[in-house]
Design a protein around this ligand. Structure first.
Ligand SMILES: Nc1ncnc2c1ncn2[C@@H]1O[C@H](COP(=O)(O)OP(=O)(O)OP(=O)(O)O)[C@@H](O)[C@H]1O
Length: 238
């Protein structure tokens, strides 16, 4: 579904991402992990078109999309959520979701229908009339997911969707992520909460200092001494 080949991003003297290659197959949940500053968000930025790679290639369903603009990539079927959520604060949850739908279809009737579908899928009915500025972090993250889904993506890039959530909210977000995946959306997810991520992901790619140091199933990666040394030995693996 998405394949990156030798993806590299240089910021001045810093190689934030260095020759990274991986692939996510249709219907999979791929986890992208690594310590702070490993290059995970920079990878997302290059896939979603927010940053042009210094070198390397991004393919979506076999078509090269390297360096295309974010709105073009969104139109092709790749949506993303942000670590720091960015809703339109003065609008309600429902209006924010509608704005997401309108970025895909300019037909208001069609966009309304899509927004309703997404509201049902994400079970967000309880907060649709609240203003985005009045939402808790947990509800902001629910909105962020719904807004991305309103663009009818085939691939969803989730950047730390569980950050700042309570234990109960993490449980609900994990269930929702699985449900969205089962509805046919391929997912790449950056997450620091290892236990939750390992329970969702089919496959994991591990970055450290911009370099891919390991990949495999959650079981394989958790047992890789290189990964334990670099990352899983931290308190995060609680
Ligand atoms: N626009 C930029 N300009 C300069 N350096 C940057 C820029 N964006 C990221 N970096 C640097 O690139 C490296 C990788 O950052 P990135 O945000 O991709 O890491 P990350 O793995 O997502 O980290 P975290 O888990 O903390 O979010 C870091 O050293 C960061 O400071």
């Amino acid at each position: 579904m998405i394949k990156v080949e030798k993806l590299t991003k240089q910021f001045g003297g810093l190689k934030a991402v260095s020759d990274v290659s991986f692939e996510v197959k249709e219907g999979q949940i791929l986890g992208l992990i690594g310590p702070n500053g490993a290059g995970k968000t920079t990878c997302f930025n290059m896939i979603a078109g927010a940053l042009p790679p210094s070198s390397g290639t991004v393919f979506f369903k076999g078509q090269e999309i390297t360096g295309l603009k974010p709105n073009k990539i969104c139109h092709l079927g790749i949506a993303r959520t942000f670590q720091i959520v960015k809703p339109l604060k003065k609008l309600t949850v429902k209006e924010n979701i509608l704005v997401g739908a309108l970025s895909k279809s300019k037909d208001i009737k069609e966009a309304r229908k899509k927004a309703e579908e997404v509201i049902q899928l994400t079970e967000i009915e309880d907060i649709t009339d609240l203003k985005a500025s009045d939402l808790s972090i947990g509800n902001l993250k629910r909105l962020e997911m719904a807004r991305a889904l309103a663009t009818s993506p085939e691939v969803l890039l989730l950047d730390e969707p569980l950050g700042g959530l309570t234990t109960k909210e993490v449980e609900n977000a994990v269930k929702m992520t699985r449900k969205i995946n089962q509805s046919g959306v391929t997912i790449i997810i950056i997450e620091h909460i290892m236990k939750a991520l390992m329970s969702m992901a089919d496959y994991i790619v591990v970055l450290q200092n911009g370099i891919k140091i390991s990949e495999g199933t959650p079981k394989e990666v958790s047992a890789d001494p290189e990964v334990i040394k670099a990352y899983l030995g931290e308190d995060a693996y609680a």
